[in-house]
Design a protein. Structure first.
Length: 428
């Protein structure tokens, strides 16, 4: 559908009542925070603006919030007197920020929806000194009003799918204003770098943004903490039960059932403990409905000998799960979600299996697939075959896992490099 800036703004005014109604439906679905819903309209913030320089980072969901946290950690090391405002769009991401940034100069609020009045209220209240947009969430008013308020605008860990690029191409007047606005774009790979350059030049552009290939910023050594007592308990269970641990990590809807059914096709499947760690822990009841009752981490339970499944429905403990797993099946890659960042599991030095949908982190996936650390299935129907291959690895797998770990460790230095580029842009 074609939209120019005038009709885009008009649509927000016309649809505002429906948007408000939809938000209250999301409260009922527990996808919004009941007592903070007015933050979506740019009002009723629970904390005042901190004094001094305030850097605003906009993240959407859990993955983007990790990128934001990694940048904050590195920016704070270099500029100790800066304060940070992180906006997110999901409750899960909000909990992640509030948990990991409790001892940092970070304020979290929910993203104002892109109504021009609501965005104006947000900017007038917080008066940030820079606007930093993570990943692929580009809202017309959030971006353009930041620029109108003379803020340096930066896109970081930036990526955009081919289909999204085509849709923006159908709305050139909107696209030109958004993608020619940033002073700096830090793309995740060269393919993404070219896409942003094409969007910035729609209809011609007098001043193209500076675009660099930095890579994904979702990983940093400093946030890859482990819960050692949890690890110890899981390892003890595996030893006592003589179980092989298969971790289904960051799974989305239908992926748990796919993985469970694939494992059942493998001989001696009773030797496996499958740990499901869904991307969104609120899906716990949905998973139990599909697969049956299983012990849950959120209830302080541990695996049971008579149950082949364990649900790790918690946040901030994924590295512990990677460390205890024998094989990691990385979710978000089997049903068009685009694949979650493979760098964090690669740090654990374990065999990884992924689906065909990896476009969100294509460059990192392809590098780890090429060296043999990641096995990519040919189709969802062949997942059990790929698991069997991983259970009987070739002798060369050790070298591949060591090489993959080294690649992951180098990738964890990206936030530091990005922080230098961002500071240079802000202070120029």
């Amino acid at each position: 559908m074609y939209l120019n800036p005038f009709f885009y703004q008009l649509s927000w005014f016309l649809l505002a009542p429906l948007v408000r109604f939809y938000l209250y439906i999301r409260i009922w679905q527990k996808k919004e925070h009941k007592h903070r819903i007015k933050e979506r309209f740019g009002v009723k913030y629970q904390t005042p603006r901190p004094e001094g320089k305030l850097i605003w980072l906009h993240a959407v969901s859990l993955g983007e919030s990790n990128s934001a946290i990694n940048l904050v950690i590195n920016l704070q090391k270099m500029r100790k007197n800066w304060n940070f405002l992180i906006t997110t769009n999901t409750v899960t991401a909000a909990e992640n920020v509030e948990k990991k940034c409790s001892n940092m100069p970070v304020t979290h609020v929910f993203q104002p929806l892109d109504h021009p009045v609501w965005v104006s209220r947000f900017i007038n209240y917080w008066q940030p000194d820079c606007a930093l947009f993570l990943e692929s969430d580009f809202w017309f008013n959030l971006v353009t009003q930041s620029k109108k308020n003379l803020l340096p605008v930066i896109f970081a860990s930036s990526q955009i799918s081919k289909s999204a690029q085509s849709k923006w191409g159908e709305n050139p007047s909107l696209a030109k204003q958004i993608f020619s606005t940033p002073s700096l774009i830090l793309a995740v790979d060269d393919e993404q770098k070219n896409r942003f350059r094409q969007l910035a030049n729609i209809g011609g552009c007098n001043s193209e943004p500076k675009i660099l290939n930095i890579g994904s910023l979702k990983n940093d050594y400093s946030v890859n903490s482990s819960n050692y007592s949890y690890e110890k308990a899981l390892k003890k269970f595996a030893k006592n039960s003589k179980s092989i641990i298969i971790l289904a990590a960051s799974t989305h809807e239908n992926e748990e059932a796919l993985i469970a059914n694939a494992i059942l096709k493998i001989s001696n499947s009773d030797q496996f403990l499958t740990i499901f760690a869904p991307r969104h822990p609120y899906r716990a009841k949905e998973i139990i409905t599909q697969l049956g009752v299983m012990p849950r981490r959120s209830k302080s339970e541990l695996p049971m000998f008579e149950n082949p499944y364990f649900l790790s429905d918690s946040l901030g403990e994924m590295m512990s799960l990677y460390n205890v797993a024998d094989i990691i099946i990385l979710g978000g890659s089997f049903f068009y979600s685009g694949g979650h960042n493979p760098i964090e599991p690669a740090l654990a030095g374990k065999q990884i299996i992924c689906g065909q949908s990896i476009f969100k982190n294509k460059s990192d996936y392809e590098e780890l697939i090429d060296i043999g650390m990641i096995r990519q299935i040919k189709s969802n129907d062949t997942l059990h075959n790929t698991i069997e291959e991983a259970l009987s690895p070739k002798k060369s797998i050790k070298k591949a896992l060591i090489k993959g770990q080294k690649i992951a460790q180098e990738a964890c230095m990206r936030p530091t490099k990005a922080a230098h580029c961002i500071i240079s842009t802000i202070e120029q």
